[in-house]
Design a binder for this molecule. Sequence first.
Ligand code: ADP
Ligand code: MG
Length: 249
Amino acid sequence: MLTIEGLSRHFGGVYALRDVDMAVARGELRGVIGPNGAGKSTLFHLIAGHLRADHGGVTFAGRRLDRLPAHRRAALGIAIVFQEARVFRGMTVRENVMVGAHAATRAGFWTAALRLPAHAREERLIRARADAALARVGLDGWADRPAETLPLGRQRSLQLARALCAEPRLLLLDEPASGLRAAEREALAGLIADLRRTGLTIMLVEHDVGLVTRLADRITVLDLGRVIAEGTPEQVRGDPRVVAAYLGE
Ligand code: ADP
Ligand code: MG
């Protein structure tokens, strides 16, 4: 589903990502872990097209993405939930999710974000998709509330629904559990496991290594922009390089 070859990106004199190779199978849940500054968010931004690579490339479902802008990659089926994701204030939960369906077209995104009148039939279709996405994350019943009134755990579910509304084939989740309480974290983990069971390919960056270990089929460990280990959760957990990278944090 996703092949990454020799991917590199620097900021000034610092290599955020250096010569990274990775292959993610269709339907896989790939965990990506590593200490702060390891390059995890940079990797996701390079896949989603929010950053350009210095070297190397990304192939998605047989197609080279390197020259495609983010909205074209979204149209091909790549959705990302950003580490610093926020909800749009002053919009309802449903309106927030509808923005996700429009994200695949640049004009459509602004139509939704600014609430300009769109074609009525298309609008009805997207509304139905938004409601389906809300149901998938357990937010049916919350659709008409102002988004900013949701507790943080529910806001994370909303961000997930927004990504799902674009009907992605690859979902990139960057630290979706950060700041959540234990019960919210468990609910989110259950939701991610459900999505994986529907066949969606997921890449999960998470600070909570225990959570990644429970959910992932395979884990890639980054440190200082390089892949230092990769394998099943059991293989990675016992790898001395991984232990050393975390102890050095
Ligand atoms: P992680 O998500 O694993 O914590 P990041 O990908 O955010 O790591 O960052 C990797 C490295 O690249 C860090 O050293 C960080 O300071 C640097 N970096 C990331 N984004 C930028 C940027 N926009 N400008 C300058 N440096 C950046
Ligand atoms: Mg990050």
